[in-house]
Design a protein around this ligand. Structure first.
Ligand code: FPP
Length: 263
């Protein structure tokens, strides 16, 4: 039952009672199993800026800070995989100056955050077609991957120029090729094999998918992978999404009982 869109829309959203400190919240989270993979649709940057009479790019700049804060929080908790939906294949339709700004963010982020990510042993990976991004952006994305490829800590995925239907279609094409050229038999094509042809090959499916800003849809994001994910929608705009709200989202996930179709 949907009780409220104010903070979280989930199956269970009991009254929180007295406000807890961040430390108490963390204590509570650490006493229950964590989601292995958290994926986030970071939405609402434009509206955040508009509310303040600022250009949309100011919302993206603040959103970038929340990305950093969330990476730190996920890493500190010991979450294994964190995925951000940063730029969809549809986002190219935005005004040119906004697209240019968004394409500069990875270049900026490389300068400001690469060292910290290396120190944290974070492995950065990109989901999506890098070759369609401007060359300086592509170089930054490749540099992230190259310089962190041997790291063994948090796996941090940025979905950039990503679309899930296209990802699935490309997987299907490659499976057909491999059946036709005799590398695999048709009988071997099952869910496990399909997962190995997707960009998330080798990663666990998201346990928890969060979307900010009150939109209640998945917008062509990880459609195959989120078959059994817990979905959490909040009306908090991404630039307002603090580490404390991230912890509350994890706690909300921990309260749900996951049955994978069984009883
Ligand atoms: C959606 O808000 C946000 C985006 C399209 C961009 C998100 C990007 C980041 C948070 C930074 C990513 C960082 C790296 C390093 C790749 P919106 O503009 O759709 O907001 P609106 O719905 O309110 O208009």
């Amino acid at each position: 039952m949907i009780k409220s869109l104010k903070r979280f829309v989930s199956a269970e959203n009991p009254d929180k009672g007295a406000k807890r400190t961040k430390e108490e919240l963390l204590e509570s989270i650490k006493s229950a199993p964590l989601p292995e993979h958290v994926a986030i649709i970071t939405d609402g940057n434009g509206r955040w800026a508009k509310k303040r009479g600022l250009p949309r790019t100011a919302g993206h700049a603040q959103g970038m800070k929340r990305v950093r804060e969330t990476i730190r929080a996920a890493d500190a908790l010991g979450i294994k995989v964190l995925t951000f939906y940063s730029f969809s294949t549809e986002n190219w339709k935005r005004p040119q100056d906004e697209v240019e700004y968004l394409m500069k963010l990875p270049i900026e982020f490389l300068k400001t955050d690469l060292n910290e990510l290396i120190e944290r042993n974070v492995k950065v990976q990109m989901l999506g077609e890098k070759s369609k991004t401007p060359s300086a952006t592509q170089q930054a994305l490749l540099a992230f991957e190259e310089k962190t490829k041997d790291n063994t800590g948090l796996i941090l995925n940025f979905a950039i120029n990503y679309g899930s239907r296209d990802e699935i279609l490309q997987a299907v094409h490659r499976i057909i090729d491999d059946v036709q050229n005799g590398h695999i038999d048709k009988e071997q094509v099952n869910e496990q094999l399909m997962s190995q042809y997707l960009l998330t090959k080798g990663l666990p499916d998201p346990d928890l998918v969060i979307r900010t800003s009150g939109e209640i849809r998945v917008s062509n994001f990880l459609l195959w992978q989120l078959a059994y994910s817990e979905l959490l929608f909040t009306d908090v705009l991404w630039p307002d999404f603090t580490d404390e709200i991230f912890y509350e989202a994890i706690e909300d996930f921990q309260r749900r009982s996951r049955r994978f179709g069984a009883v």
